[in-house]
Design a protein around this ligand. Structure first.
Ligand code: ATP
Ligand code: MG
Length: 405
């Protein structure tokens, strides 16, 4: 016998039991985004590799180690998208949608990273993201944070912590970079060759390292907070004040840096203790230079991305209210089923015909119908008489004729 084929490690098939919750989460996200005035955007799953190198940063873990990249037949280097922001920016510039205007977008779809698969860490996972372009106002950050806050409430998720930090502006980061290099250069022997390269090319990336020895070295390193301009400090203080006014609790977390290069000023993450090591559900921040960096005109922006799989881990099983009608008939009346179903479906009623019940005595069909998700059985006793029987409750059966339907 030939060997059976399996899906790729870290990429999962989903069936209806799991998809109940998926659909509930996707609907909630979509409705909330619409409620906040955001427009949907869909971009291709494949992009030129160059896009991610130029946006996320050449020296980030995602670009260096985690992308699925291959050469197309014409020699182009392509990658499966590892995140959504770069594609949104590329699409916005390409279609002239970002220049001198405000755009509020949301997207949802699969992302790909070749990481070690484990709980909460997959190779194909899904993100919902929102991106707000064209506003330097703090109200933009606040809107995103309020969005996530309302989402947790609607999903009835508790014990989620909002962490915030500020990375300052580009000049602050440059000054901090110099200080960090000065501090780490005498200690470079304690870094791996990879980390030494990072120190030369993109030292701030070391702050995001998951290596305990790097984190230990960084304990005594200068902190970004000491290099912030008065404007950035003021901006951050005002943000915190607004969050308090909105009764949104947060943790001021000076060690929060994001794993991608494009952020400045405020960054934020929502975490939970309930998922072990993979506890970050949603993350984002301001990225005022990315649009220009990718060839557009200077456009400020804020955004976040939420991991659907991790959020789903926290959600209770969602059982939608059954709405379906299953049509059964006396064995000799089965030809009545299809025309009646067509009529009911045109009236927008959800109705199913179970060919797997294979006619047979009504008693047997009903027994099977009780094991489905359907709410009612419509039993065709004859062309002149129907019964509607509730399957999920003990409510009375109704007998009627087609003329009363
Ligand atoms: P982590 O530190 O956990 O690797 P990250 O900083 O790489 O996360 P982001 O790029 O900020 O993650 O992505 C936003 C969200 O997408 C994460 O908070 C998480 O919920 C989800 N996410 C990221 N990578 C994965 C993955 N490999 N599998 C499942 N979800 C993921
Ligand atoms: Mg990661």
């Amino acid at each position: 016998m030939s060997q059976t084929l399996q899906s790729i490690r870290g990429m999962h098939d989903l069936f209806s039991d799991q998809l109940q919750n998926w659909l509930h989460l996707e609907n909630t996200l979509q409705q909330l985004a619409t409620h906040y005035g955001y427009q949907p955007v869909r971009t291709p799953i494949l992009e030129k590799t160059e896009l991610f190198k130029r946006s996320l940063g050449q020296d980030t873990d995602v670009v260096e180690k985690e992308m699925y990249t291959f050469e197309d037949r014409n020699g182009d280097l392509l990658s499966l998208r590892p995140e959504g922001t770069a594609s949104c920016v590329r699409a916005g510039i390409e279609h002239g949608q970002l220049h001198n205007q405000v755009q509020a977008w949301w997207y949802l779809g699969p992302m790909f990273r070749r990481e070690r698969p484990q709980k909460g860490r997959l190779r194909q996972f899904h993100q919902f993201g929102i991106e707000l372009f064209g506003s330097t106002e703090l109200s933009a950050e606040i809107e995103l944070i309020a969005f996530a806050d309302q989402l947790w409430e609607q999903l009835e998720l508790k014990d989620i912590t909002l962490h915030i930090n500020t990375l300052g502006n580009q000049t602050d980061r440059q000054r901090y970079r110099t200080a960090l290099v000065k501090f780490l250069t005498p200690l470079r022997d304690q870094l791996t060759p990879d980390e030494q390269t990072r120190l030369e090319r993109n030292p701030l990336r070391l702050l995001d390292s998951k290596s305990p020895s790097v984190q230990a070295l960084l304990k005594k390193a200068p902190a970004i907070q000491d290099y912030l301009s008065p404007e950035s400090v003021q901006r951050y203080d005002t943000l915190k004040q607004h969050l308090s006014d909105l009764n949104i609790t947060y943790q001021d977390n000076p060690s929060l840096v994001r794993g991608l290069d494009y952020y400045n000023e405020a960054v934020f993450e929502w975490t939970t203790d309930a998922l072990g090591a993979q506890g970050t559900l949603c993350a984002g921040g301001r990225y005022d230079t990315l649009v220009e960096q990718l060839g557009g005109s200077s456009t400020p922006a804020v955004g976040f991305a939420l991991g659907l799989e991790r959020t789903l881990e926290l959600m209770k099983i969602h059982t939608p209210q059954p709405q379906q009608l299953v049509i059964l008939s006396e064995p000799n009346e089965s030809t009545l089923i299809a025309p009646l179903a067509a009529q009911l479906r045109h009236m927008n009623l959800q109705c199913v015909i179970r060919t797997d019940f294979k006619g047979g005595p009504l008693k047997n069909q009903l027994k099977r119908a009780h094991n489905t998700q359907a709410a009612w059985a419509l039993i065709l006793e004859s062309a002149e008489q129907y019964q509607i029987k509730p399957l999920q409750t003990h409510a009375a059966t109704i007998t009627c004729s087609p003329h009363t339907l």
